[in-house]
Design a protein around this ligand. Sequence first.
Ligand SMILES: NC(=O)c1ccc[n+]([C@@H]2O[C@H](COP(=O)([O-])OP(=O)(O)OC[C@H]3O[C@@H](n4cnc5c(N)ncnc54)[C@H](OP(=O)(O)O)[C@@H]3O)[C@@H](O)[C@H]2O)c1
Length: 498
Amino acid sequence: MICVAIGRSRHKHMMAEHKHLAEQGAKMVELRVDYVTGRVNIGRLMAAAPQEECQVIITCRRKEDGGKWSGTEEARLLLLREAIAEGVDYVDIEEDIASQIPRFGKTKRIISYHNFRKTPEDLEELHERMTGLDPDIIKLATMANDPHDNLRMMELMEQSKIPTVGMCMGDIGTPSRILSAKFGAPFTYATFHHERALAPGQLSFKHMTEIYRYEKIGNDTSVFGVIADPIGHSLSPHVHNAAFEAKGIDAVYCPFRVPSDNLDQFMKDALRLGIRGLSVTIPHKEAIARHLTKVDPAVKSIAAVNTVVFDGSEVIGYNTDYNAAMDCIEHALGTIGAKPSPVKNKRVLVLGAGGVARPIVYGLRSRGALVTVASRTRQRSDRLAKAFDCKAIDWEARQRIQCDVLINCTPIGMHPNVDESPVSKTFLKPSMLVFDTVYNPESTLLIKEGRSRNCHVVTGVEMFIRQAMLQFFLFTHEEAPADLMREVLMKTIGPVRY
Ligand SMILES: NC(=O)c1ccc[n+]([C@@H]2O[C@H](COP(=O)([O-])OP(=O)(O)OC[C@H]3O[C@@H](n4cnc5c(N)ncnc54)[C@H](OP(=O)(O)O)[C@@H]3O)[C@@H](O)[C@H]2O)c1
């Protein structure tokens, strides 16, 4: 169950959101009365409660616990007692005031603890202490400073005899909000709107239900995810979760923010978190190698992994960017997997020498293409060219050479710099293949100008989808629903724009 926290300054707005949520199917709301400016009228809020089955928690949070209450402590306690007298379903009582708010009538007690600085070392002792405060539910919300905090919180919840809602705050803690159902939480918290989070890292009701399908997560749900730092607004959870749903697979895909220093511990924790596969991105693509027991042959040469599969005692690394990019190019030039490859002996100019250029240059060279790399930092292109026996040129010289295939592996043209292109329009010749790895927007200026010059074009969306499809297959051994994944990606890129 998802409990949606509502914090509005006016009663009428709080009542309207409560009604709206109940109509959307929310089974539980938390009315954060500390957000109300002026006198709080619990009776009025409860009288207007919607007819639909939707339980109510009344919470009045002090400033030191992340709330907005500005009245006296005495008035706050009075308000909580009034809520109990009104017969609300639950009141949230911080552990230090639990003895001052007696149990009465049918109202259940959530004994809560908040820590906005850290997840304390003595989490178990804290929980034990709270168990003695006559709780129906124990709620712990602590800041995650390390991904391991999530596992500690999840295992505490799983082992607890009293139903416990444990959440780690902040973006490192986001997985604990999504996975809590797997570890036995009676419910998790979400916010009414993603731009109005009431606690750091809180997800919206819409994202919890539509992207993560929280209500379907249970004990046996397999966990997949992306590890990165920063995690940003990764598109992968949208695409993979939609694919799991379409294929009826009991799995969830989470964003895991894992700082470099925490990678080793995270990999130790992975199986206990139920993780079966991971997408790997910056800054872990190379460092992850030390945790692998087996690698796909291509990975050895590329020296970068973007996919990890946990298979029994094996931890296997793959690079789906490489396969996806090669499929895109061969499809555009002829046939995927043809021998010799349609890219053999083609003159290819690769712009950029970073993480995405590397698997592409490897793939091109192993298929016999004649590759030239131009990168802003000459040292980087020299290094890449040396690794794969090709040519490096100065960035300024990029438009002075002739090529059959042009591949942009720089972020030039990516939102918000959509008016930029890495080459001038006149460089583009009819029948040239122009491949832009940038996928937001799909139609970059380079792609638009390529089309207008009658070039063949391949977009970054095509590559993103192909790499996600390959990952999905490695994760599940099932064919990925390509059209759906593309549709979800396009819908997500549209409004989010990152
Ligand atoms: N479609 C897909 O599935 C997919 C997957 C991954 C990445 N991508 C795209 O690929 C792009 C690059 O990703 P990456 O992981 O390779 O990044 P990266 O490792 O940071 O490498 C970026 C490369 O672009 C160069 N560069 C950056 N800004 C530049 C500028 N203004 N002018 C000239 N060169 C510039 C960098 O040069 P310096 O060394 O001088 O900084 C570096 O060579 C991303 O922005 C993303 O859009 C697409």
